[in-house]
Design a protein around this ligand. Structure first.
Ligand SMILES: C[S@@+](CC[C@H](N)C(=O)[O-])C[C@H]1O[C@@H](n2cnc3c(N)ncnc32)[C@H](O)[C@@H]1O
Length: 470
């Protein structure tokens, strides 16, 4: 039975530092980044371990250091030997207190599932100031010791079970290309790549390892509106089978904290138009209290309402399915009561690291040849943001929203079959190669259900727009 990261590193403690802290390659890259940082920078070390060598080098150079780690023993050691603020936290849920000049994640991503790896790299980008620096320390899949593992084509990675420091662990290795693509997609320019061999200084764990350090510079100010580079222009209306979509949405669940966050955004709104039915799916009828809510299950180019009827319009997963984005947003703004101090437009689309969209775009789109599947979500939101600014709703903010599709009850194999059937039917209903799509979706769905049993993650992005003068 493999051990999880917290157990593993709580046990290892200083033994890890003794084996790995004197890596000349890591020290060289850390020094390079230190030389590029402005004086008194704020720097975060994600999966900081004992704090040596990275956090220590940053603190000695006069920077304000924050460190997080899931293993509390590592945090305790780091806090005892490095000047900084160290806390026990998981990078998948942590939010830093300030924007950072640099984020380091050195050898701390091996125990993160592939879709979460994508999500955390976007999160790192969000945590950085403009022009901030991201440093990742990884091992590319080709260098996997013994070459043992299962290739997952959706994420271009190897899922592997290895013995490391005498313990059985599950590890994830993205290909070198996948790492570079992921950084570029999250809006980074690659500044430095350094690949080197390192033999840990540990009598019981002496073997040659390939370490790969990548230094990226944040170029795109809004990572949540990726993946980058953006395609040229919108492809036009996407197709979705509404019956299959409603069935999928029937499995949608929201954690209580996410539901509360969404509810509080709409706290002071009385009349709400819910285009796409998302709000009802997210909140359920019980949580909408005394608000008056109109729901349009599908988006329409012309809204069947008089002017200024609502103080908020929320449109969920709708922008892909209208004929004319600009015309649709003009309609949305027409039905918003601009004299209300709460006037608001809220657009919700998939996050650039949404695993459902990644799955269908990787598996089904190439088999179709003609149907591109779900449109580029970041481009839709960027285009909408531009139009909204032109029509008076120029003050916008972005927020990630975590939801999932839950498939409890069935056996794992029934669940994968049901999901494969459902997912390809939403965007590729009636396609010639639908059976092939379904069959090819099953193995990657099984992988995802192995990563997080019983559900698929459905990560979203909220674009909130208010009037310029409010
Ligand atoms: C291989 S050690 C590297 C430590 C340090 N970065 C270094 O280079 O010396 C990986 C560290 O990442 C931490 N880690 C693994 N998964 C994590 C997660 N989800 N959130 C925060 N820390 C994590 C582990 O507990 C461990 O201390």
């Amino acid at each position: 039975m493999e051990v999880d990261a917290a157990t593993l590193f709580n046990e290892l403690g200083e033994r890890y530092e003794d084996a790995y802290a004197e890596s000349p390659g890591l020290l060289q890259v850390t020094e390079y980044v230190v030389s590029k940082l402005p004086r008194s920078s704020h720097v975060l070390d994600v999966g900081c371990g004992t704090g040596k060598p990275v956090a220590a080098a940053l603190a000695s150079a006069g920077h304000t250091v924050y460190g997080i780690d899931v293993a509390e023993n590592m945090v305790r050691i780091a806090a005892s030997q490095v000047r900084g603020t160290f806390s026990t936290a998981d990078m998948r849920t942590y939010t830093p207190p300030v924007k950072m000049d640099a984020v380091f994640a050195i050898y701390s991503l091996f125990q993160i599932h592939p879709s979460d790896t994508h999500k955390v790299v976007y999160r790192f980008a969000e945590w950085l100031k403009e022009d901030g620096i991201l440093v990742l320390g990884v091992t590319p899949s080709w260098a996997l010791v013994g070459g043992k593992g299962v290739h997952d084509p959706v994420w271009d990675c190897m899922r592997s079970k290895v013995t490391w420091m005498e313990r059985p662990v599950s590890e994830l290795y993205l290909s070198q290309t996948a790492w570079l693509n992921l950084l570029r997609e999250a809006g980074f320019a690659i500044e430095v790549e350094k690949m080197f061999n390192y033999i840990p200084k540990d009598s019981k764990h002496t073997r040659n390892e390939t370490h790969y350090l990548i230094v990226g510079r944040k170029l795109e100010p809004r990572p949540l509106l990726g993946p980058y580079p953006l395609p040229e222009g919108l492809p036009g209306k996407s197709m979705r089978n509404e019956a299959a979509w409603r069935r999928l949405q029937g499995h949608l669940v929201l954690r209580d904290d996410e539901r509360m966050r969404l509810s509080s955004m709409l706290e002071s709104h009385q009349r709400i138009l819910d285009i796409g039915g998302g709000l009802q799916d997210f909140l359920g009828t019980a949580s909408t209290g005394d608000k008056s809510m109109e729901t349009l299950a599908t988006p329409f180019d012309n809204l069947p309402y008089a002017d200024a009827q609502f103080d908020a319009v929320i449109a969920t997963m709708s922008l892909d399915y209208v004929d004319d984005l600009r015309g649709f947003l003009l309609e949305v703004v027409r039905v918003v009561n601009k004299s209300s101090s709460n006037a608001r437009v809220i657009l919700i689309q998939a996050a650039p690291y949404n695993e459902v969209q990644k799955l269908v775009n990787t598996v089904c789109t190439p088999l179709s040849g003609t149907n591109p599947g779900p449109a580029h979500q970041g481009l839709l939101l960027q285009s909408a943001k531009k139009v909204l600014a032109e029509i008076g709703f120029g003050r916008t903010s972005l927020h990630p929203l975590s939801t999932s599709y839950s498939f409890g009850g069935n056996s794992p194999s029934d669940r994968s079959n049901e999901l494969a059937e459902l997912l390809h039917n939403v965007w590729f209903h009636g396609e010639e190669k639908h059976e092939q799509m379904k069959q090819q979706l099953i193995p990657p769905i099984q992988n995802l259900l192995h990563d997080h049993p019983g559900f698929l993650q459905n990560e979203l992005v909220i674009l909130e727009a208010v009037l310029d003068d409010h």
